[in-house]
Design a protein around this ligand. Sequence first.
Ligand code: PLP
Length: 842
Amino acid sequence: AVESSIPEHMREAWRKYSPSGFTTKDQFETEIVRHIETTLARSLFNCDELAAYSGTALAFRDRLIMDWNKTQQRQTFADQKRIYYLSLEFLMGRALDNAMLNVGLKNVAKEGLADLGFRIEDVINQEHDAALGNGGLGRLAACFLDSMASLNYPAWGYGLRYRYGIFKQEIENGYQVEIPDYWLDFNPWEFARHDVTVDVQFYGWVNKYTDDEGKQIVSWQDGEIVTAVAYDVPVPGYGTPTVNNLRLWSSKASSGEFDFSKFNSGEYESAVADQQRAETISAVLYPNDNLERGKELRLKQQYFWCAASLFDIVRRFKKTNRKWSEFPDQVAIQLNDTHPTLAVVELQRILVDKEGLEWQTAWDIVTKTFSYTNHTVLPEALEKWSVPLIQNLLPRHLQIIYEINLSFLQTVERRFPKDRELLGRVSLIEESQPKTVRMAYLAIVGSHKVNGVAELHSDLIKTTIFKDFVRIYGPDKFINVTNGITPRRWLHQANPRLSELIASKLGSYEFLKDLTLLNKLEPFVDDKEFKKEWAEIKYANKVRLAQHILKTTGVSVNPKALFDVQVKRIHEYKRQQLNVFGVIHRYLAIKSLSSEERKKLAPRVTIFGGKAAPGYWMAKTIIHLINKVGEVINNDPDVGDLLKVIFLEDYNVSKAEIIIPASDISEHISTAGTEASGTSNMKFVLNGGLIIGTLDGANIEITREIGEQNVFLFGNLSEDVEDLRHNHFYGDYQVDPELQKVFDLIKSGKFGDEGSFGALIGAITEHGDYYLVSDDFNSYTKTQDLIDETFKNQDEWVTKCITSVARMGFFTSDRCINEYADTIWNIEPLDVAEEKQVRART
Ligand code: PLP
């Protein structure tokens, strides 16, 4: 037992008074009123929806934290291997609804809140999103946390507690404007652990000497110290007592560092400035998706977070009094992209410099512990850190990186003695000006497994960016784990009526724990009543989105129209420009028809949403064009309901939960070979929407699962992309004539100052059309025509939707986590059967 624990003979009283948590409506009401009147110091005379939200959140938090405590105890006593998921982003969204559903008490809360005068939907809507991520990568981390808890794996997430999450987006005159997202005013979901702190060092110099006993000592001295403070966020599993932990680090000036001499000599401002500089480290999330910029503060964030997390993990391991050789039997660390790669170097530093292990013994432990997930092949997204920058900020780490490199290159040289070029190609150091450290290579060398996130992507990394490493390590080190999504949030929470309908047919909600059970829906495709209900639910979801559109944009859309949605980060490779050019093409087509002919058309609402990185000018131009095109088309009386173009501001997780269930068609139209996986494609199909997509990322596997007849595929294949690009410069290249008409209309000034859009068009007509917009345009618009035709037959459409949902079982993130656990982490879930029985009795 730990020294500070209560002596055995006094534990009876403790157990007697330990709270058991509410289960009934009356108990819930007691809790919520108590919190509102005491914790929040409000009363029934000034209780608004925000206070009702706060009280409800606190009541649920109490419940979670009791389960959290028990989970942590259980995991400590079980003494099994744990998985630590290191991610610089966790795009969690809201927590309350998820907590209510996961502990199975949403109905209790609904009735309790109604008794107290509130509608549960209004209360849920008070919550601020926890938006500590940019897009897919961060949301994947959040889905993984949900699955790890739901499957009872002993798992921790480690990240940064940014004071400002991804910026809030507003649209002014068609342009994106960024507003800071300060989200911590009231955050009941975190626990500040002021007693869990780690001092993290930066700068300074390295002193190497031999001590009296002849031992080599390496000491990193005179640096600046910043303190990391732990904030813990409970992560409840679905239908299980497991509540895991997400630990986020916040930076503050080290108390030892506060310069009292400055303070006493009247330099108060300077002393405070030091304080603020320390706090800057965890102040803000970098808002770039798939783009690295090499800023020093970003490197500081990375090391701060890696050092604090590693210290914490090592501290926990040391409590077990095991030998160091057993570290990889107790600890698995997953690197979500290369952002946490310094953790590899940090563990080697701890083992060699602090714990005195031999270099090679330490390195064996390191490589058995880490594994790395690659998320992109886009060159602009691959991290490279300048050597002088690392030298200055982390002098000891740079030495270690050089030593790792030396020993790695020696091994390569022994295996391939005649291939000098290979050494240059795979070196962790790029001989550029200045030299840089290739973080992906460091992550590969420091890990025992490397995975891509969809089959095509995992094949591509093996044949392109990591080809040489496959030669060196053999193919088994490189594996695929296709991404997945949690059906709890992305079906049950976002689309409760569909979830209920499915449960009514399958006999229970068991499919939320085993998504492959959805295949039992397939026989119901012939059930008329079922199909009718299915269609009604989609329609109701579209009505809800139409109301949101009206409220936020002032544009009224017809919920009977085909809703065509593209929501994701705005990026040239994701090709929102292809979509908006397609919209203009459609507009031209409508204008050319007689009013009789127009009656035969299928009305459509094209909906966009997504943020552009603040410095990504081309992406911002795309947003501007979408908004300008919307202004013209939505106000053209000739067009009416036949076409509406909407840009929804500030796309985030809670908006996704409204948008995704309301889509008929969603667009996943990246240039083949550029999107690693995509996960929103899975969310849309799981919610009974069809997709139009290229043969890219997980679209390929979605197609394989649900059948080619249920997907609208178009465009060139990834194997042809290189030749096509080459041809743009050296072949007989002409822009697609229909696309040229679109450009002509833009250039005529129809959508405002044509100069604004010159670069967007120029990228295609003058600069080699890197993303193959023109090559794919014809195939894209023809496929859109096919969608129109297919949508006219609603019965056939609904059949496709139901069949697709029935075949989506593979894409649950539970499957991913089990794959990671079996093939990479080698960890087992904890048995919670006994805990469940105890709960059932109480
Ligand atoms: N951003 C948000 C807010 C999301 O919820 C998602 C969900 O999938 C994504 C980005 C990722 O979208 P995609 O897979 O289309 O890039």
